[in-house]
Design a protein around this ligand. Sequence first.
Ligand code: DLL
Length: 437
Amino acid sequence: MAMIWNEMVECMSRDEMRKLQSYRLKNVVEHVYHNSPFYRKKMQEMDLSPNDIQSIDDIAKLPFTVKQDLRDNYPFGLMAVPMSEIVRLHASSGTTGKPIVVGYTRKDLSTWAEVVARCLTAYGITKHDMVQVSYGYGLFTGGLGAHSGIENIGGTVIPMSSGNTQKQIQLMHDFGAKALACTPSYALYLAETIRESGIPLEEFQLRIGVFGAEPWTENMRKELEEKLNIKAYDIYGLTEISGPGVGGECECQNGTHLWEDHFFPEIVDPETLQPVEPGQQGELVFTTLTKEGMPMIRYRTRDLTTLNYEKCACGRTAVRMGRILGRSDDMLIIRGVNVFPSQVESVLLEMPEFEPHYFITVDRVNNTDTFQIQVELRQEYYSDEMNKMLSLKKKIASRMQNVIGIQPEIKIVEPRSIERSQGKAKHVQDNRNLFNK
Ligand code: DLL
C-alpha cells in the first residue's frame, strides 16, 4: 500500500479544500495589505481592500505579479516581514544581470519541507532510504529544498550537489542510495557514465528518480527508467513560490499533484489573462496561501500547462498538473539554469568591442545541453593577432558566465554576418526539440 504523507489535506474533499483555501486567501491578503507596501499600493490602485476578498472565488479580483516586479524591488522590497524574521535567502536568474531574490521565514522553511515530504512519500521514499541530492546547492533552490524534505521524512541525505560525475557514481554505488534527485538530463548523463564505467547496474540500489527543474517528456521517462532500472517521477517548482516541491507525481505517474492548500493554482490565457475553460491549456498562475516572508499574489509562472481536478487513482484529490508544455516568455533552461536572451544582450551592450547582435544555438549532445552564442566583433577591434582575438573571446565568455551562470561557447563572427531582422528579431535556435514543436 502506497503511503501518503499528509492524508488529511492530500485527500481532502474538494469542498473542504475550497473552504481552507478561502480562509487562507483572506489571511494572506490581510497580511500583504498591511505588511507589503508593494501589494497595498497595487490593491489601492484597483480600489480593493481586504474586505473585498471573502472567498477563493474572489481571487480574480486581485492583481497579477510578474518577474519584473521582483526585479524592480531588488533585493528585499517584496519581503512582508522584517528582515530579522527572514532566516534564508535564495535567488534565481532574472531577465538581466540582477537575480531575483526570495526570503523565507522559519515557518516558510517548514512548509517547504512539508510539501517536499509529500512528494517524496508519493514516490515511495521512506525514512529507511538514502537519497542522493545532485541538484546544485547554494542560491538555487534545488539542492537545499530537496535536502530539507528528505530530513523531514527522516531519510538519509547524501548532499552531493551537482558536478563531479565520477564521484557521484562511486558514492551512489558504495553508499547504496535508493533515490537520486537531479535534473532529468543530468540523470541521463549519469546513466551513460555508469554504463561506461563498467560497474554492473545490479550493484546499485537505485530504484527512484526525483526529476525536475526543467521540462522533460514521457520518452525521457522511459529512457531513464530503462537505463537506470528505476521509477522516474516528476517534481515541479519555482523559486518565486518556494522551490522544488510545489507539486510532485504519485505512483500513478499520471499528472503532478499540486499542493494547493499552500499554493493556489489558476490557468489563464497568457494574452487576455482571463481564466481558460476547465482542462484547457494556458499559463499557470500561483497565489501562495501561507507564505509569510515573501507571499506572491497571482504570480505568473509563464509555464504553459493544464489542470485536472478529477480524483486520482492513488486516492489523492489534490489537483493534477499536466506536463509543462512550454513557456509564454523566452526563458530557456540550459543545463538546469534559467537563461534569458536579454541577459546576453545586456552583456553585449556593456562591451564596446561588440555589436548588439547575437544568435544563440542550443542543442543536446550526449544528453548534455550545448550552448553557443554567436557575436559580431566591431570592425575596428578586428585583429590579425591570434592572441588579441583569443583574449577578447575569453573576456566576453567570462562576462557571459558571470551574468548567466553558465559558460557559453562563444563564436566570434564577422561584422554584419548575423541576420538582421525585418520584424521581430529571432535570437534563438533551440534544436533540442523536446516536444517536437
Ligand atoms: O527549478 C526549482 C526546482 C528545483 C524544481 C529542483 C524541481 C526540482 P527555478 O530555477 O526558479 O526553480 O526554475 C523554475 O523551471 O517555472 C519551470 O519552467 C521549470 N521547471 C521546474 N520544474 C519543472 C518540471 C526550480 N518538473 C522553472 N518540469 C519553472 C518542467 C520545470 N519544468
